[in-house]
Design a protein around this ligand. Structure first.
Ligand SMILES: Nc1ncnc2c1ncn2[C@@H]1O[C@H](COP(=O)(O)OP(=O)(O)OP(=O)(O)O)[C@@H](O)[C@H]1O
Ligand SMILES: [Mg+2]
Length: 142
């Protein structure tokens, strides 16, 4: 997972022209994942972090007892608490006027939810208005 995530973030960071910092103490982390689904999943969260924020994006890879935690953290506008459960619904977008400008169809996170459940990955969201958002993926270890 470490080299896979590093390769993916390197590519996306060039496309976005935005710095994506990968933080980890591990050299090797092996998770129960399908490579393509996993890359698609990470891309959905990085794409949102890129679209909804202006500054650098931080990605953390942390080894826990039974799973690997992948945390994608941005310093954007944050998500209102009452919207956090809704953003995983198809076509749901916060602040229609503003989000229309930033493009997108509101499908990313609903696809992420589906991919995650197929791959037994849990998703957790922490967000504070005006401070930023973090999406945490919990992947089972092999
Ligand atoms: N990192 C984030 N910071 C702030 N708001 C977010 C973030 N990620 C998602 N959102 C909000 O959740 C909504 C749903 O996200 P989702 O990825 O499903 O759709 P989208 O980004 O609007 O479009 P698409 O992913 O299909 O291009 C977004 O429109 C945005 O309002
Ligand atoms: Mg999106």
């Amino acid at each position: 997972i470490v080299s896979q995530v590093s390769n993916l973030t390197k590519k996306l960071s060039q496309v976005y022209k935005r710095k994506i910092n990968v933080h980890t103490n591990e050299n090797v982390l092996i998770g129960k994942i399908n490579k393509e689904s996993f890359n698609q999943l990470i891309t959905i969260f990085l794409d949102n972090a890129y679209k909804y924020s202006q500054s650098e994006i931080d990605l953390f890879l942390i080894s826990k007892n039974k799973y690997i935690e992948i945390k994608i953290k941005d310093y954007g506008p944050g998500i209102p608490e009452e919207d956090i459960d809704k953003i995983f619904t198809r076509f749901y977008r916060i602040d229609k006027a503003r989000s229309r400008q930033s493009g997108g169809s509101g499908l990313g996170l609903s696809i992420a939810k589906e991919l995650a459940s197929k791959n037994q990955i849990d998703i957790q969201v922490n967000s504070k208005l005006g401070i930023g958002s973090e999406f945490i993926l919990k992947v089972r270890k092999v």
